[in-house]
Design a protein around this ligand. Structure first.
Ligand code: ADP
Ligand code: MG
Ligand code: MG
Length: 892
């Protein structure tokens, strides 16, 4: 096996084997760009090393041969005492991964080769600076010595000299510093800094391999859902020197603005610097314009290369370069990360520039990015500096007064304050406080911590793991970077970027929502250029999405208002109208009368009283959704939910008795509540079971629907109501209900002189329903997968309890990487969906299939539903645009 490839072999599509950095170095070499020559040790070698505990046998020899080729090519020898070759040893996994070993520069320097390099470069200061950097980096990353030890010695040297910056140290100072650094190595490791260049190279390589498994790297992979068995490549690259005086330097740049997507180049440059100096903030950087003025030739070449790379990758590129005495070298490129807004603007701009097609534009953006753009944001026009930042755990912008515990959050919220709950980490006891808060901020834990999981479930803004924050919840203050925040201080947190600000940052509504609600013209009018561009890009890409997607997108909406909003968001109908809200508020007394009825006649008259209201509700809804399907689910929740709380009632009854004036109504109510009480109401008397045991209840609802349809037809409308029966487990249940409902519909039709037909279907939300779909399809014109209940009943998880009780632990331990209530469990629940879809269609080829759980708005789940051949997904109105986009992306 070949474990080593020269940069001149390979290309950008070999990231699996060469890692991202190696594959792109090879690609740039292939394009003829000025890349310092070198070679890549493959991820396969790393995997071998990690599995066996030692390098593959051939590796040593293959590195020797690659090194010879390299030495021949550049005409210098690694660590030679005359004009030595130096190399950098750079990690580079398939996905860029902070937390792994950093790069070691200047490998090959030792007490002899320094002399050769002084001779060759004629710059003594530069050479000692390079040597001290090698010992420092090697000591830190390869030998595991605290970086503090070196930093302290460097500071001491600067102090002695009265130097403000490292450039103020001269050759002699740096030479002394090399001596100090060597002492540190000896003291910490018990041996001298390795002088053998090849040993330096091998040790650095091995430590890159080892860094794959550091805690930080593992944690990062868990968060980002990157597999643990990929391994990293190692790149060995000829050193070029940005620290050879004022005609040298190093820089980073982007081919467009990664924050806004605006065209035009962006970057920073620093003269007489090496490696990460430019991003480390040790000195002020120059802009690319300054660079152009300083070294027009190098700048000109860089601009040409940037354009070439962008055209070649057909995307925003992120570039690292170095200038050595006026000669430009390319050290890295990759397709750059960008904000959500920039992703849309860049994709659309690249279509304009004819670099990509509209289909490709769809691939360049995600539903999650679109969702982020739909949250309110902090006003981009307001100047502000972040106090600190953490993980962007749950998007949105929240402003409130800081509180350090849940009871205070609840108390302050109750008196009308907006609060931000600040904790080291949260636990199930914080639940009420989290509910009461506008936003949640923690100093510990990542995207899968309790706080993050629960906040996302609640749709609350959260920033987690802001680890610079010291939090004292007893003394009630927190501090970061010398700034102290007390209880009651205003804090603003950005769950989309992870930033935390002191004070109140103004919040503006999302321009993308404005566009969705009011149309393109309204959103563009008066907007600044960047916003207008963004909105146009979203419009264009969503428009294309609608043209290519196969899946329909409907909304879950219960009221005419929600339905109207859903329609504006692009919904093609209602996939789930819950009818329970129609029994709440003022109408609660009416349903109470139904439940408490002592005789069939009493019940019938109580139901009769509900009829006109239900009919009016449905008529409104059908009018708003005229021409589009409206799936109405008959009553689902257990009846006790409509009655007063049991404990409250008991108190009421007891009090009345004490006063010697027993409350007959309360006593009857309590009896009913006791009669209806269940230990597991979610598995109890609900859904179709209500229809079969409470005479007249479903008939009432069906009559209201049928009469609403008749009324809309009479008014010249085009109503498309569909009746959906919840919680069916057996076809027999459905037959029994249909006998009743079909009769009612026929009767209403006859009375109105119309030939009324209303499709009747069922939810598939019990495993038994999925497994007997072949039978159930006999009696159902459509299936709608209720994936919330189906997840609950398949896993045996109570969805109202688990998130708080143990999901955080399950996520932490890797039982799953994402809550199965958030993203469909494709292997288990998904298998049931697939079975039901196939068998249902086998029994009834024109069976319509949809989904109406939360998963209908989740990107990954939508891709699964597309693959499974469903006809539509239904989700909350706010998720409809996300579903439109992801349904299209699923076809690519
Ligand atoms: P990262 O993955 O953190 O970007 P790199 O391997 O790109 O790490 O190295 C960090 C920096 O070190 C580069 O941006 C570059 O400035 C410098 N560097 C790496 N290799 C060389 C080299 N062969 N010559 C000069 N500088 C180098
Ligand atoms: Mg880099
Ligand atoms: Mg359900």
């Amino acid at each position: 096996t070949s474990y080593v490839f020269d940069f001149s072999h390979g290309d950008k599509d070999q990231k699996d084997l060469l890692g991202g950095k190696g594959a792109n170095l090879a690609e740039m070499t292939r394009l003829g760009l000025p890349v310092p020559p070198g070679f890549t040790i493959t991820t396969e070698a790393c995997r071998h090393y990690l599995a066996q505990g030692s390098e593959p046998q051939d590796l040593r020899l293959q590195v020797t041969m690659a090194l010879r080729r390299l030495e021949d090519q550049v005409g210098r020898r690694l660590g030679d005492s005359v004009d030595p070759l130096l190399v950098s040893v750079r990690s580079g996994a398939k996905f860029s991964m902070p937390g792994m070993m950093e790069t070691v520069l200047n490998v090959g320097l030792n007490d002899y080769s320094v002399l050769g390099l002084i001779e060759a470069s004629g710059d003594e200061r530069f050479v000692w600076d390079s040597y001290r950097r090698l010992i420092q980096m090697f000591g830190k990353t390869v030998l595991g010595i605290e970086g503090e030890a070196f930093a302290a010695a460097l500071d001491a040297a600067k102090q002695v000299k009265g130097a403000r910056s490292d450039v103020d140290l001269d050759a002699a100072d740096l030479k002394d510093l090399v001596g100090d650094f060597k002492e540190i190595v000896l003291k910490h490791t018990g041996r001298d800094f390795p002088q053998d260049p090849r040993e330096q190279l091998d040790l650095a390589t091995r430590s890159v391999f080892d860094s794959w498994n550091t805690d930080r790297a593992r944690l990062y992979r868990r968060r980002e859902r990157i597999a643990h068995d990929l391994g990293t490549a190692v790149n060995v690259c000829t050193m070029v020197f940005g620290n050879l005086g004022e005609t040298s330097g190093t820089g980073v740049c982007f081919t467009r603005d990664p924050a806004t997507g605006r065209p035009g180049v962006y970057g920073d440059y620093m003269t007489n610097a090496q490696g990460e100096d430019v991003v480390s903030g040790i000195r002020n950087t120059l802009s690319l314009d300054d660079f152009a003025a300083l070294d027009p030739a190098s700048y000109g070449e860089l601009r040409q290369i940037m354009r070439r790379l962008e055209t070649h990758y057909r995307d925003l590129c992120d570039i690292e370069f170095t200038v050595e005495r006026g000669k430009l070298w390319m050290l890295q490129t990759r397709v750059g990360k960008r904000t959500a807004g920039a992703a849309f603007r860049i994709a659309s701009a690249l279509v304009d520039e004819r670099l990509i097609t509209l289909d490709e534009a769809l691939e360049r953006v995600t539903g999650t990015q679109l969702a982020n753009l739909m949250f309110p944001q902090f006003d981009p026009g307001t100047a502000r500096t972040a106090l600190t930042r953490g993980m962007a755990a749950s998007p949105g912008a929240a402003v409130g007064r800081v509180v350090f515990d849940s009871p205070t959050a609840v108390e302050w919220a109750a008196r009308g304050e907006q609060v931000v709950l600040l904790r080291r980490e949260t636990n199930p006891e914080d639940l009420e406080g989290m509910l009461a808060s506008a936003g949640i901020l923690t100093s510990r834990g990542g995207k899968t911590s309790h706080a993050a999981v629960v906040a996302r479930g609640m749709g609350k803004t959260a920033v987690c793991g802001a680890d610079e924050l010291e939090v004292d919840s007893v003394a009630k203050y927190a501090q970061a970077g010398g700034v102290r925040v007390e209880e009651g201080d205003l804090l603003s947190i950005d769950g989309t970027t992870g930033e935390v600000f002191v004070g109140q940052v103004p919040v503006v509504p999302s321009p993308v929502v404005r566009y969705l609600e009011e149309g393109l013209d309204a959103a563009v009018e008066g907007a600044d250029e960047g916003t207008a561009d963004l909105v146009r890009a979203v419009d264009r890409i969503l428009g294309h999405a609608d043209a290519v997607r196969r899946l329909g997108v409907r909304a879950n909406a219960d009221t005419a208002d929600d339905a109207a909003r859903a329609r504006r968001m692009g919904a093609q109908g209602i996939g789930l109208c819950r009818t329970e809200h129609m029994f709440l508020g003022d109408r609660r007394v009416l349903i109470e009368r139904v439940i408490l009825a002592a005789t069939p006649a009493e019940r019938a008259s109580a139901l009769e009283a509900l009829l006109p209201m239900q009919r009016a509700d449905f008529t409104d809804l059908l009018e708003t959704m005229d021409g589009l399907p409206v799936t109405i689910r008959l009553l689902d929740p257990p009846l006790h939910e409509f009655l007063p709380d049991r404990a409250d009632l008991m108190v009421e009854v007891a009090r009345a008795e004490e006063r010697g004036e027993p409350d007959e109504r309360a006593i009857r109510m309590l009896a009913a509540v006791n009669r209806l009480h269940e230990s597991n109401p979610m598995l109890g008397l609900r859904g179709v079971r209500l229809g079969l045991t409470v005479p007249g209840l479903f008939s009432l609802q069906v009559r209201a629907i049928a009469e609403a349809v008749a009324a809309r037809i009479a008014a010249g409308g085009h109503p498309h109501a569909e009746i959906m029966i919840p919680l069916v487990g057996s076809v027999m249940e459905l037959h029994l209900i249909r006998d009743e409902t079909d009769g009612v519909v026929a009767q209403v039709g006859a009375d109105a002189g119309l030939d009324l037909t209303i499709p009747v279907g069922t939810m598939i939300e019990l495993p038994r329903a999925a497994l007997t779909a072949y039978r159930i399809a006999e009696a159902a014109e459509f299936f709608s997968f209720g994936t919330n209940d189906l997840t609950q009943t398949t896993w045996g998880f109570s969805r109202d309890d688990v998130e708080a009780a143990f999901f955080a632990a399950y996520l932490e331990k890797g039982v799953f990487t994402v809550s199965p209530f958030e993203s469909l469990d494709v292997d288990g629940v998904g298998r049931l969906v697939r079975i039901a879809a196939q068998e249902g269609r086998a029994a009834r080829p024109d069976l319509k299939l949809g989904v109406c759980g939360e998963h209908g708005g989740d990107p990954e789940s939508i891709h699964f539903f597309h693959r499974t051949g469903l006809d539509y997904v239904s989700c909350s109105p706010f998720r409809v645009p996300v579903a439109r986009l992801e349904a299209a992306r699923a076809t690519l």
